[in-house]
Every structure is written in C-alpha cells, then in structure tokens.
Design a protein around this ligand. Sequence first.
Ligand SMILES: Nc1nc2c(ncn2[C@@H]2O[C@H](COP(=O)(O)OP(=O)(O)OP(=O)(O)O)[C@@H](O)[C@H]2O)c(=O)[nH]1
Length: 357
Amino acid sequence: MFRTVESQLSRLAVTAELRAEFLQYDFERLRTFCMLVFSISIVLWFVFDLVVSFEGGQGFTIKSIYFLALLGGLTCCVPFIRKAGHFYLLNLAFVTVYCLGARLVIDGIPPDLQPLWLTLTASSIIFLASVLPQSNFSFFAVLVLSWVLLNPFFRDVPVLELKGTLILFYVLVFSALTVYTHLRLRQGKLHNYLMAKLLLEQAYIDALTQIPNRRAFMTRTAARLEKSAPGQLRYLAMVDIDFFKKINDSFGHDIGDEVLQRVAGNIRDAMGAFEFARLGGEEFGVYLWELSPEEAWQCMDKLLRAVRETPSAHPATISVGLARLADGDSINQALIKADQALYESKHNGRDRCTYAP
Ligand SMILES: Nc1nc2c(ncn2[C@@H]2O[C@H](COP(=O)(O)OP(=O)(O)OP(=O)(O)O)[C@@H](O)[C@H]2O)c(=O)[nH]1
C-alpha cells in the first residue's frame, strides 16, 4: 500500500504553491529550533570573543556589546515572524551581523592564524544554516555571504602555496558537501510532507463525493465543540437523500453515485461556511454555530430548496433533522438527537426539516 501511495505521489506535480506551503509549514514547525540555533551561535561568538579578548589581551570593547545586542534583538524577532519568507530575510541579516562580528574578533588574533579561523567560522555558519528551514535561494545566499564576508584569502594568502591550496580545497569540498546535504535533506522533507498530505487527504476526504468524511467530521466538530464558549448556539443537522434505494434500483448504482455527488455539491455550496461531511451511505452531517434557531432553520430550508430545484434527469429530495446542542452535549449525543428529528421528517412525508430544540 505504501508503494502504491508513493507511485501516486510520483505522478503529483509539485507546483510552486505546494512548495511554498511546505516551506511555510517547515518554518512554523521548526521556529523554536531556529531560535535555539541562533542562541547557540550567539553563545559561541561570545565565548570566542571573550577568549580572544582576554587571552589575546585585546580587551572586551563596547563594539562587542553592540554586536551581542544586535544578534540578541534579531533572535527575539523570530517568535513574532509569521511568514517563512520574512524569516529568510531575518536569517540573512543575522548571518551578516554575525560575520561582521566574527571579523572583528578574528582581526584581533595573530595574522597567520586568521585564514584558518575565517574558514572555520564560515564553515560553522554554513553548516548551521544548512539545517535551518529555508528555501534553496536563501541557503545559497547565506553560503555566498559567509564566504564573501569571511574570505580566508583577504590577507594575501597565495592560493598556489600549500596553505592557500589546502584552504581552497577545504572551502570547495565543504561547500559542495553542505549544498548536497542541504538539497537532499530538503528533498526528503518535501517528499515526506507531500506523502503525509496525500495520506491525510485520503483518510479524511470521501473518495466518491470529494467532501470531508465521517472521520474528518467527528474530529473537526469535536475540536470546535471543545473550543466553543459556554452558551454559544450550536446545531447538528443530519441530511438524508429520500428514496435513495429506489434511485439505485430504478437507474442503477452509477446514477445513484451521480445523485450522491450532486447532493454533496449542493451541501458544499450552501454550507461552505460550516463543517459538513458525508457520514456514510446517503447520509450527510452539518455542524452550524453562532446562528439563531430561525437562521439555522433558514440555512436548512435553503439547502432543501437547492437540492429540490437543481435541474437534473434524476431529481432527488432530502430530509433533514436539525438538533440544537445543549451545553455539555457531545457530538454523538447530538447525532442521536438529529437522527430522531430526521426520522420525524421521513415519517411526515420527506423533503422537509424537523427541528429538535
Ligand atoms: N449508489 C450508491 N448507493 C449507495 C452508496 N452507499 C449506500 N448506498 C445505497 O443507499 C441505499 C440506502 O437506502 P435506505 O437506507 O433504504 O434509504 P432510502 O431508500 O433512501 O429510504 P429513505 O431514507 O427512507 O427515504 C441502499 O440501497 C444502499 O445500497 C453509494 O456509495 N453509492
């Protein structure tokens, strides 16, 4: 089964929209991790600065405080960022400040050690950036920025001499490896995201009518019920197609399926603002809230009319049982109440709604 879903996935076109949705999801999931990485980077820079300042006899300057404040300020912005794109910009700003701060410290160590420390610092920044949730463009920008601002050859290190050649070799191999792992990691994460999305859709969407199924309905309505304020007006409606067995028996199962799809479309059009689902067979459920009893009734009346008046070679009608949820009622209790009201509608001639207050 897993392989079947995977082969379905391979046929799925990964649009720019899907990619953006994944990047946004990835950022939201890893927001705390981003803050942790930023905080660890600041601590590392601070310790490096302290060692060079005191062991190297430079003295801790006010500039270090400015850099710490800037980096800390940028880190504090992360929890307030909503869009992944804004985080990429913030990350670039963080890397720029960090690189400039690192240059400041490295300038204070003996010149022959500087190329090595510039290389180590740039590699650490690039490694940390490769595990952060960001787009390819953003990662490449960090890569280029880090090597430009922490260029180990800036002190006339001859590339063709042993030291320069070794550094260049390391820079190239390290950059290639991190680019490769970043791309592979991202591809793997995107694949898992799309797979989970596809499986979730299959688990929560009714295959025939393409509207939410019973599982989705029970999960969503229970969540809404839990969050709703006491005293809020809430209703549960059971919708059932009239004489559906007759439609199947007279015109065949395919026409029965068409009728189911049409009624599901009517429900989607009329109840789009609320929770709705196909509960099974020819039965549908609707959960409504923040309406007066008259308004809830009118909603159902609108739906009855829409189904009745939809032009078709195989017309159909529905019956509805509308129940009001009392405080403390569970969805299952409401379903039982709505089912009893639905029975009344069927008993009284169908194509109507019965309200159970
Ligand atoms: N075409 C089709 N039929 C289905 C599907 N699921 C259930 N059914 C049929 O729906 C019919 C339900 O019939 P009944 O429960 O007797 O209800 P009814 O004929 O609508 O009668 P009333 O509800 O009393 O108006 C059965 O014949 C099922 O076989 C489906 O996915 N497609």
